[in-house]
Design a protein around this ligand. Sequence first.
Ligand SMILES: *Cc1c(COP(=O)(O)O)cnc(C)c1O
Length: 375
Amino acid sequence: MRRIELSPPVLGKAEKDALLSVIDDNWLAMGKRVSTLEQEFSSLHGIEHGIAVNSCTAALHLALAVYDIGPGDEVLVPSLSFVATANAARYVGATPVFVDIEDMLRPHMSLDKARAAITPRTKAIITMHYGGYLMDMRPWRELADAHGLVLVEDAAHVAGMEGAGVYSHASAFSFYSNKNMTTGEGGLLLVHDSDTDSRLRLMRSHGMTSTTLTRDQGHAFDYDVVDTGFNYRLDELRGAVGLEQLKGLMERNRRRVELAGIYRESLAGNERVRIPFDASWQQCGHIMPVLLPESADRHRVMVQLREQGVQSSIHYRPIHTFSQFRKQGVGQNGKWYALPITEAYGMRTMTLPLHAGMTSEDVEYVVESLNKALS
Ligand SMILES: *Cc1c(COP(=O)(O)O)cnc(C)c1O
C-alpha cells in the first residue's frame, strides 16, 4: 500500500552539510547565517527589511507590538485561520474581532465585512493568504489608510510568492516544518522602513542594545535595555537549513502549483467535490483544501483515506468556535460571533496531501481513494 503524507518537509544532503558546517564553526547563536537568510529572503520578496525570528507566531506578535497595538484596541482577523493569527492580538492585550470569509469558493477574509466591523477602537487588520492563494492587498491597504489602521499579513502560507508583503506594513512568514520552506521552527517578518526594522531587532532580543555576537567580536562589552523585548531569536542551525531551503523554494513552489493543477484536473470528474478558487488564481500550492458535499460524513471519509494510506487534515476549525475564545471573548453587539460562511466552510473542508516530493501518480491515487470513500 502507498503511504502519502500530508506535507512532509523535503530535505536532503545540502541541509545535512549545512548543519555540519555550523557545528564545525562552533557558533550556534544568531550570527552570519541568520543575517544572510534575512537578506536573501527579503530580497527575494523585493522588500527592504527582514527580521528572522523563531516562529511566525513570534513575528505576528512583534508586528502588532512594534506598532504599539495594545489593551483596548481591536484587531480584525479572519476566523478561518490558524489560531496564532488571533492569539497575536491577545498577546498585546488587544481584542481579536473575527470577520467572515467572502464565500465558499473564495475563503479569504471578506473586505466588505471587515469594513463593516470597523469601530473607533479598531487599530489593525491581519489578513491571511489562505492555502497559498494570494489575496489582492491593494484594497486592504486603501481601507487601512482610510481609517489609520496598521495592516499586517499573516503570510505563513506564501513564502516566496511574488506580491506577498508589498502592500502591508508588515508580513509574517513561517518556516515551521509543514510550510513551503522550513527550518523546523522559524519565521521572518518583512517591513519597509529602517526605524521599524531597528526597533524590531531590539524587541526580538530582550530590548538589548548589543548581541552576544557583537560583544564576541569586540564591538561592545556592555549593553543597555531600552525596550520591552522578548527572546524571539533564530539560531545558526536553523539559519543554515533555511538558506538551503530558500535555494530550492521557487522550484518547489512551482512543482506544488503543478501538482495542485493535476488535482484540479483529476477531481473535475467528481462533481460532488468542489475546489476553492480556480486554476488561474495566483498561488504557491501551500495546501490542497477541497469542499466535500454537505451530505458527506467527513470523519468517515478521512478514516477511509487513512485506511488507504492517505493522510488528510482540516484547515481550519474556525477560531471563534474554540472554547478558549468563547470563554474570554466579548463578541460584537453583545452577542458571540455568528460567521455563517466560515462555519459552513469549516464543516465541509478537508485538506488532501500536497508537497513537492509527490508524483502525479500519488495525486491520482489520492483522488481515486477520495472518490472511493465518497461513493
Ligand atoms: C503555521 C501558521 C502559523 C504559525 O506559524 P509558526 O511558525 O508555527 O508560529 C500562523 N498562521 C498560519 C496561517 C499558519 O499556517
